[in-house]
Design a protein around this ligand. Structure first.
Ligand SMILES: [Ca+2]
Ligand SMILES: [Ca+2]
Length: 297
């Protein structure tokens, strides 16, 4: 092998200088680490460019996805805000406040809340109650059966007609609540939330009925104590025992604004309270008592 290599070198040496230079130049070009290196650089450059392009596309995609996720959050937020606004707003009340079609209300009756608490015929029903019950505000006994209008509604009778039940009339709605039922004027509406139901007169005043489960060791003797624990503002002298609807023993506050109706087994209690928007004008006190009388446990 070495012999052959030497022979080749000899041959090269024997070639004239010009020729040998030509020949020497050619192999250098062909050995061409030059062009081969150029190809490598070109390939490397292309690879770099491709990688840059991929990196650029990846970054662009990331930006795109980041752009959409916050905007989704942005959309969620105002939706919540809108529902809050909507649920809070619909509570406007009463347009017929000042309008009193009743003939000449007496001078001494104040009309501060817009509700007319006057009682021209002195039957115990105010002008507002006579309107709700569609009774004659100028007659104590609308159906002339010998019983006045207040007696009729407390006894569960329709005051407009002889021998008709209030429960089956179009004047009232019968409402089921927990283990009980009660009546309220059909013109009003009920909102139940858990242990509490609110009867809204749509004129500012409302009646609340709360249901409470009692501790099993409560006794008849400890009821007043329980009431005072439930409402610490009350002293013992503020509470009196009453008979509701001629059969149920109950308690009420002296001002008649709150009733406590216990179940016979003392396992639960219904607390009914009348909440006038103006404490000085109890325009629906008698209808409130009608509701108390109608509650059946
Ligand atoms: Ca009246
Ligand atoms: Ca009557």
């Amino acid at each position: 092998m070495f012999g052959k290599k030497r022979a080749v070198q000899q041959e090269i040496l024997n070639i004239p200088i010009e020729e040998s230079q030509k020949i020497r130049v050619m192999p250098n070009q062909f050995q061409a680490s030059g062009p081969k290196n150029g190809n490598k650089i070109f390939v490397v450059l292309m690879l770099v460019l491709v990688m840059l392009a991929i990196a650029f596309m990846a970054i662009a995609l990331m930006y795109k996805s980041n752009f959409f996720t916050p905007s989704a959050n942005m959309i969620n937020a105002p939706v919540v805000a809108n529902t809050n606004v909507n649920t809070n707003s619909p509570t406007p009340v009463n347009t017929d406040a000042g309008a009193s079609p009743e003939p000449s209300p007496s001078v001494s009756d104040p009309v501060v809340s817009g509700l007319d608490a006057s009682d021209i015929d002195q039957d115990g029903l105010t002008a507002e109650e006579e309107k709700v019950l569609a009774t004659n505000a100028n007659s104590q006994d609308t159906d002339s059966d010998g019983y006045n209008d207040l007696e009729e509604i407390l006894a569960g009778n329709d005051p407009r007609w002889k021998d008709k039940d209030l429960e089956n009339s179009d004047l009232v709605t019968k409402q089921a609540f927990r283990d009980a039922t009660f009546l309220y004027p059909a013109a009003w509406y009920a909102k139940e939330t858990g242990q509490l139901i609110i009867i809204d007169t749509k004129m500012g005043d409302s009646v609340g009925i709360e249901y409470i489960n009692l501790n099993p060791d409560i006794t008849q003797e400890s009821l007043i104590e329980w009431i005072r624990q439930n409402d610490p503002m009350l002293s013992e002298g503020d509470i009196q025992i009453v008979t509701v609807n001629a059969l149920r023993t109950a308690y009420k506050t002296n001002d008649g604004m709150k009733y406590y109706l216990f179940s016979d087994d003392l396992r639960n209690v219904f607390i009914l309270s009348y909440n006038p928007i103006d404490a000085a004008i109890k325009a629906f006190q008698s209808i409130f008592e009608m509701m108390v009388s109608s509650l059946k446990i």
